[in-house]
Structures are given as C-alpha cells and as structure tokens.
Design a protein around this ligand. Sequence first.
Ligand SMILES: CC(=O)SCCNC(=O)CCNC(=O)[C@H](O)C(C)(C)COP(=O)(O)OP(=O)(O)OC[C@H]1O[C@@H](n2cnc3c(N)ncnc32)[C@H](O)[C@@H]1OP(=O)(O)O
Length: 387
Amino acid sequence: MGKQPAAIIGVGQTHHRAKREDVSMAGLCREAIDRALLDANMTLDDIDAIVVGKAPDLFEGVMMPELFLAEALGAAGKPLLRVHTAGSVGGSTAIVASSLVQAGVHKRVLTVAYEKQSESNAMWALSVPLPFNMPVHAGAGGYFAPHVRSYIRRSQAPTHVGAIVAAKDRHNALRNPYAHLHNEGTTVESVLASQMLWDPIRYDETCPSSDGACALVIVDEDTATSSPNPAWIHGTVMRSEATTAAERDQVNPQAGRDAAAALWKQAGITSPIDEIDAAEIYVPFSWFEPMWLENLGFAAEGEGWKLTEAGETAMGGRIPVNCSGGVLSSNPIGASGMLRFGEAALQVRGAAGEHQVDGARKALGHAYGGGSQFFAMWVVGADKPTS
Ligand SMILES: CC(=O)SCCNC(=O)CCNC(=O)[C@H](O)C(C)(C)COP(=O)(O)OP(=O)(O)OC[C@H]1O[C@@H](n2cnc3c(N)ncnc32)[C@H](O)[C@@H]1OP(=O)(O)O
C-alpha cells in the first residue's frame, strides 16, 4: 500500500530573539504549539501523537529534555517521539510526523521543534575538537568557511554574491514579524563593510544565535479536506552521509543531491526552477544560497551564484528564496528546519502575510545539518497530489 495523503493545517512559531528570557523552554514550545493549534482550529484533545525535535542537547546542557517537557507538550497519555539529526532536525521531525499520518498510524499529529540557545553558548558547543586536526575552527562558521572558500574558487563567483544574499534576506525579514533580526537599511555595501568573522564570512553574512520554536499540525485526508486551506504534502525525503570520509564533497554533498533528485521525482517535478514558486532553503551563512541552489538542482554546478546575482532569488524573481528572511535572520537551530517547512506550507496556503509570493502553488522546505551530512526536504502544494 502506498502513502496516504497528508496535509499541514496548522503552522505556529514564536517571536525569535537572542534571548527569550520571558519564557522557559516549555513556555517557548507552548507559544508555537498554541499558535499552530489555533491555526488548525483544534485543541490538544484533538491530537493523537506528538513528535518533538531539537538539535544536540549540549546546546542548552539539558539532557533528554523530552522527559521534563512531556506534560507541557500535551503528551501525557499519548505517544511522544523525539527525533535528532543535528541542524536538519526541524525538517526530519516534520517528516517523521508526516510519515505517521501517511502510514495510517495516526490521523492528527502535532510536531514541534525548538532551541533555546541563550541558555548556553552554541558557538562553543559547536567547536568540537576532532582527533588529528588542528584546533583552528570556532563554531559552525569556522567549520563551514573552508567549504565556502572552495565554492568561490570552483565556481569563480564574484565575492559580492554572499553580500547580495545577506542584504536580500535581511530585507525580506523586515516583512516577517516573527524574524529575530529586523535590521533596516542593510545593503550590499553595508554587508561588505561589516567585520570579517570567518574569512570569507562576514558578520552580516552570518545567522544570529536565536531562541525560538515552531510547531505544525499534520493531518489525514479527511481532516484536511474539511480544513479551509491545507498545504498538501507532495514529497518528503531524508538522506545522510558520513561526516569525515575522504572522498566527500562538502561543497556539493552527494546526500543532498540524491535527496533532491528523489524529492523532485516523488513530487512529479521535472524542472524545479519552473515548477517551484517559493523555496525556503537552510542558509545559515549567505554563500550557502548559491551552493544549495546547485545541490538542489535549481542551477547547474558552478551556476547557482548567477541566479543570486541576477536577482532571481529575490521576491518577484524566478525562484524566490527565503522570503521569510530565512535562517540568516533567525536561527534557533533545532527549530530552523521546521521553520523552513512551515514557511513553505504558509506560502501555498496563501497565509505568509507580507512576505507572501503571489499565487504560490508549490513550495520547497529544506534543511541540512551535522557537517552537511544530514538532509531533509519536502514539497508542499495548494492542490492535493494526484498520485
Ligand atoms: C546548521 C546550522 O544551523 S549552522 C549555524 C549554527 N549557528 C551559528 O553558528 C550561530 C552563528 N552566530 C553567532 O555565533 C553569533 O550570533 C555572532 C558571533 C555572529 C554574534 O555574537 P554575539 O555578538 O555574541 O551575539 P549575541 O547572541 O550575544 O547577540 C548580541 C546582539 O547582536 C545581534 N546579532 C547576533 N548575531 C547577529 C548577526 N549575525 N547579524 C546582526 N546582528 C546579530 C543579536 O540580535 C543581539 O541583539 P540584541 O542585543 O538587540 O538582542
């Protein structure tokens, strides 16, 4: 038996900030959950199961937080499942939740992902000393900077392309009331003038460290059909690869390419750039936009930066990317993948507010994590898939 149809009928997120000192971890999750349930016109009593995700426990120093969070998540008396795939976890958590509906196990699943990074220091938590390596990298920026340098060398991209992405995403975030950064007047010039952190990644080309959460209500066909504007799931894919294998291409990882090819096939898409109306792609450092455009097949290898430079990834372009402001404007790591998935759902439901792409019918949500070793992605659509 194939997968049963499933759809997202509720999307909720918190206001993201550097420090959400006004709420506990449980309160942060409930803020997102309550908004998602309100959107779905449901209460916790209507929910059959809860799937929670967050990035590594060492980010907050709370081991197995699902134990103490169970009651606040509304899971008492219900199945509760935790997912972990590093930074991609928000995406894979949503996919596990949707799988429970598509497999016919549950009809109404609530999924939530969060990170309260202010409770610890994620940058140093990510500065993991590796055996037989010089201890030269600080944080994810230090880890990914050599991959960005490699991309620039391989693609011959002009060095201002990263600044174009940053200025665009910070501009988009001004239209998203939930975004962490609302920096007026960010321009390509101001980004290029900002401090170099991890060469070639500048301060303004870096995501912030955020507190935040996202929640989705995913339901079966009957429940979705009686909802006013469901976002139907057209395809879901996860792929992994080894972290440190010598043959890895970390600029254009095989797992990401394989996942994208499988996703487009599942969703019946033959030309992603022509058929996807809005893309929410996990871009924590600006150069990952052109890198992932290639990895996902929106552009040929070495050509992704040309789409960015030509303005095709801006609102109104051929493939608007991160109209919400993206990870560059809010990065509660564990929640960031689910935010991408949820924002894609909002676009096809016509519910993205001021950052809505006019007439969006199909959208991509994408997440990656670990050392670019975990990928999770989905395509959602305004119409129920035909097969
Ligand atoms: C798969 C992945 O997700 S990989 C990415 C993982 N995440 C990261 O690596 C996080 C990268 N970012 C950082 O490490 C930090 O935000 C830094 C180094 C850029 C800045 O550090 P700090 O200045 O100590 O930031 P801190 O969190 O204390 O925030 C201080 C202020 O700067 C702002 N801020 C933080 N980062 C940025 C940024 N990149 N651009 C603009 N403003 C920023 C905050 O909003 C805060 O403003 P507020 O006081 O008005 O609330």
